[in-house]
Design a protein around this ligand. Structure first.
Ligand SMILES: Cc1ncc(COP(=O)(O)O)c(C=O)c1O
Length: 451
């Protein structure tokens, strides 16, 4: 292992993967804002288009700024290779289109980001790929029963939002592998600082880098990390696109040419290259800037979130708080196992007063920003039932536990006393509520102890 790839997480988030060759030796990541790269002569041009290019040709194929961010992300997630893409949606799409074809089945957990759900059911559906949800994601037998002969991938989120109904990754991975199917995990809300799914059996990890990885709400991005763990050749009738010989690889298959990184090689050469969701080198630079402080931000955000969740749980206006770090959360056992260093920043709480109460609180915050992004250094607030989940029927909302009184927050790195005071003053605007357990000012002291 290279010296730069050793050490603890905070060291690796600064150094892992190294920097591109840059003759003037800048210390930060240089931005190679270039669509293409010069060929010094005829022979070099020919080489760049061959099976062993040894350099850059065109930024959709490869770019030194993007490559450096990919190496760092692969190192942080513990994978063998990573692809950086233009958005999280692009990452989910590229990862699954690298696995699935017409006639295949995708099995998912019931709690999914709406963009992923509609990509699977509508767009993949039109391509002849069927998607179904497991009934009870905590039951290994339910997963086993839901797997079909044509199932070619299982997709879950490590921390689903907004309900924080954590996934038992090891349980799902064991069932998936017993049936010869890879597990794909969207790790957006945990980040590799809190949880590295590959260590718990995942084969492929995806992220929306627009959230915590970038961290400052300035940029969109996505990541696919190949864990290098799945044996694509174990069942030769499956994943033929990875195991069949290809003229472009001199008669080798992707598995033979790419070894453990075969899936990433295929995703890069045959899916991302052709569909074209390439990030700009400038965006890659902004994501790299974010990654350098990931552990510090996520640590602080998790501490703030726990303090806020604890405070909210003590308010009479609040019916429930969905934060896995709370001692009475039904997911506390999984949080202890998978998220011992912090339970993340995004959670929801449900107000007794339903939609009207949610409207009042959201319209009366001053420090929280009303916004649909997540994972920003600033705290954000949203009403899922009327925004991100507005397309879902009342029955579907009820089934996923997203009521009209549910408010989602993404907790930033502000002073937690100020965040509590902001929510307390918004709660003061609620009509005819029962007396609260405490005032905003004194609650701050309570939470300082609880945190
Ligand atoms: C869990 C999850 N995955 C993927 C995405 C899609 O990411 P992006 O918005 O970067 O395309 C999102 C967006 O909110 C998300 O929450």
């Amino acid at each position: 292992m290279h010296e730069r790839d050793r050490g603890g997480f905070s060291t690796r988030q600064l150094h892992a993967g190294g920097a591109p060759d840059a003759p003037l030796q800048p210390r930060p990541l240089p931005i190679y804002a270039s669509a293409g790269f010069v060929f010094t002569d005829f022979d070099e041009a020919e080489r760049r288009f061959g099976p062993d290019p040894g350099g850059y040709s065109y930024s959709r194929v490869g770019n030194p700024t993007i490559d450096a961010v990919e190496r760092r992300l692969a190192a942080l997630e513990g994978g063998v290779d990573a692809l950086l893409l233009g958005s999280g949606q692009a990452a989910v799409g590229v990862a699954l289109l690298s696995l699935l074809e017409a006639g295949d089945h995708l099995l998912t957990a019931p709690s999914l980001y709406e963009g992923s759900r509609s990509l699977f059911t509508e767009n993949f559906g039109r391509l002849g790929i069927t998607t179904s949800e497991v009934a009870d994601p905590l039951d290994a037998d339910a997963w086993a029963r839901a797997i079909r002969p044509e199932t070619r991938a299982i997709f879950v989120e490590s921390i689903p939002n907004p309900r924080n109904d954590l996934t038992d990754l090891r349980l799902v991975a064991d069932v998936a592998h017993a049936h010869g199917v890879p597990l794909v995990v969207d790790n957006t809300f945990a980040t590799p600082y809190l949880l590295r799914p590959i260590e718990h059996g995942a084969d492929i990890v995806v992220h929306s880098a627009s959230k915590f990885l970038a961290g400052h709400g300035t940029v969109l991005g996505g990541v696919v990390v190949d864990g290098g763990t799945f044996d694509w050749a174990a069942r030769p009738d499956r994943y033929r696109h990875l195991t069949s010989p290809l003229a472009a690889l001199g008669g080798l298959s992707h598995v033979e040419a790419g070894g453990r990184a075969a899936l990433a090689a295929y995703a890069r050469a045959s899916i991302a290259l052709r569909l074209g969701p390439t990030p700009s080198p400038f965006n890659a630079f902004l994501i790299a800037q974010g990654i350098e402080t990931l552990s510090l931000r996520v640590q602080r955000q998790s501490e703030n979130a726990l303090a806020l969740a604890t405070w909210l749980a003590g308010r009479t206006e609040v019916a429930s708080v969905d934060y896995s770090g709370l001692s009475d959360s039904p997911f506390r056992g999984l949080a202890d196992r998978y998220l011992p260093d912090g339970q993340g920043s995004v959670f929801s709480f449900t107000l007794h007063g339903g939609r009207d109460a949610a409207r009042t609180v959201i319209d009366h915050v001053g420090l929280f920003t009303r916004m649909t992004n997540l994972g920003d250094v600033r705290s954000l607030i949203l009403h899922p039932a009327s925004t991100t989940h507005a397309q879902r029927s009342a029955e579907q909302l009820a089934a996923s536990g997203i009521g009209q009184g549910l408010v989602r927050i993404s907790v930033g790195i502000e002073d937690v006393a100020d965040l509590i005071a902001d929510l307390a003053s918004a709660f003061d605007a609620l009509p005819a509520r029962e007396p609260s357990t405490s005032t905003g000012a004194s609650v701050t002291a309570d939470v300082a102890v609880a945190a």
